[in-house]
Ligand binder design. Sequence first.
Ligand code: CO
Length: 136
Amino acid sequence: MLGRLNHVAIAVPNIAAAAEIYRSTFAMGAKVSAAVPQPDHGVTTVFVELANTKIELLEPLGENSPIANFLKKNPAGGIHHVCYEVEDIMAARDQMLAQGATITGTGQPKIGAHGKPVIFMHPKDFNGTLIELEQV
Ligand code: CO
């Protein structure tokens, strides 16, 4: 069964400026993490913790960042993916494949930015939205 919404990821050209929006512009305040470079994933991340979910701000890091093309198409930034929780990533993957969905990359789960196994589902099967499934 598809679980909770774990996070919504927003690609941003400048993560310090983006984090400041969540610290200051939303004057009611939000819990905003420090920026963490994740060279293995080609991004720097900031997490904004909300009561029911998280916002993951992503800034490209390094030469071959997986979000570089997205930012070329969307220079001001934009919603990059949504992440849903699943209990068993392999079972989820097999069910999705059986339904004809496409998994990006090798099709094997990778350890994601939060240290948990993730897969990404191709946006063409999901109304143009990149879907991350994370085992929790
Ligand atoms: Co994510």
